[in-house]
Design a protein around this ligand. Structure first.
Ligand SMILES: [Zn+2]
Length: 335
């Protein structure tokens, strides 16, 4: 629904023609026609004619404004403009500080934080094919391809990327969490494809870690990773009290950040691939439970749904999924 309502504006020949007629350079902030501003900076925008809500999106970030008001909400933060937005001759006129305060912040979210390190975990592999479609498409192949595209996209933006697997090999769940810990990365993203007994079910899903029971926090693999991580921190080694405090801090940080990360990835992927989302969910999957850094698991679609399976077999679609995930990681890291 939402996706159909978005209008994509590309820099058209008309705009270039008009710009060519200019004899005086345009002063910053002089452009107050929202349509022209969005064309210039490749921002997607849409006005709901009933509610008068203006939605803007770029790089997985979203801003919402209201015609008649000077307040804009950008990723949950309220920003006040010098004047209200107003409708005029079929477009929206914005105050002069709209460009600097809103458009530039949306666009600049595309700049990645240098040195940010992400573990990309392609699910399954080797003897473990994951789920299968009726005509034999295997999850392990789809998710490896998407993960490679994701890696390429992230590296091109300056991120450091570690893959848990980069070929058709079997890696245990325990090994995956250890790779994440030893790499000292900032985030962990696991890529999977879904299945359902109902063939009509489709869409993406993004999982963050649910709260853990005390016994789950003491899982042997979790404890092992904890010791590995504590060893890499500059702290008094062997001080169990200190290790326990650090572990609890890491756990609380992981829970809150993972939830936020999941909402970014959910929005960014759904928008990037123009695919419906089944929402952000919480679960205790091994790779979420036993990694110590913020982590999400993305289900990129259902192989049991023939239309979605057909899409996932298209390289262009897999690229869109990867680009959507990448854009959301960029936005998350640039907060
Ligand atoms: Zn899977």
């Amino acid at each position: 629904m939402y996706k159909k309502l978005f209008i994509y504006f590309l820099a058209g020949s008309l705009l270039i023609g008009l710009a060519g007629c200019e004899t005086v350079p345009t002063a910053p902030g002089a452009v107050t026609d929202l349509k022209v501003l969005c064309e210039q900076y490749n921002v997607q925008w849409y006005v709901d004619n009933v509610s008068q809500v203006v939605s803007l999106r770029a790089a997985g970030r979203e801003a919402k404004a209201l015609v008649g008001s000077n307040v804009v909400v950008l990723d949950g933060e309220k920003i006040y403009l010098t004047d209200s937005l107003r409708r005029e001759r079929g477009t929206v006129i914005v105050p002069p500080d709209f460009n600097a305060k809103i458009i530039q912040r949306l666009v600049n979210a595309a700049v990645a934080r240098t040195g940010y390190h992400i573990v990309v975990d392609a699910g399954h592999g080797g003897k473990d094919p994951g789920c299968k479609s009726r005509n034999g498409t295997e999850e392990k192949d789809i998710v490896l391809d998407i993960s490679r595209r994701l890696k390429q996209n992230l590296q091109s933006r300056g991120f450091k990327v570690t893959m848990t697997r980069d070929s058709d090999v079997f890696i245990s769940l325990e090994q995956r969490t250890e790779i994440a810990t030893r790499s000292k990365a900032d985030l962990f993203v696991s890529v999977h494809a879904n299945s359902s007994p109902s063939r009509s079910v489709d869409g993406i899903e993004v999982y963050a870690l649910r709260d853990l029971e005390g016994s789950e926090k003491r899982d042997p693999q979790r404890m092992k990773n904890q010791r590995l991580m504590c060893r890499s921190l500059t702290m008094q080694s062997g001080n169990m009290n200190l290790e326990a405090i650090v572990a609890e801090l890491l756990y609380n940080y992981k829970i809150s950040e993972s939830q936020l990360l999941a909402s970014y990835v959910n929005k960014g992927t759904s928008l990037g691939a123009q695919v419906a989302s089944r929402g952000v969910k919480r679960a205790g999957f091994h790779v979420l439970r036993n990694t110590l850094i913020p982590a999400v698991l993305v289900e990129v679609g259902f192989l049991t749904n023939s239309q979605e399976e057909m899409k996932l077999r298209q390289p262009d679609y897999r690229q869109k999924i990867a680009d959507g995930i990448a854009a959301s990681l960029v936005s998350f890291s640039a907060r």
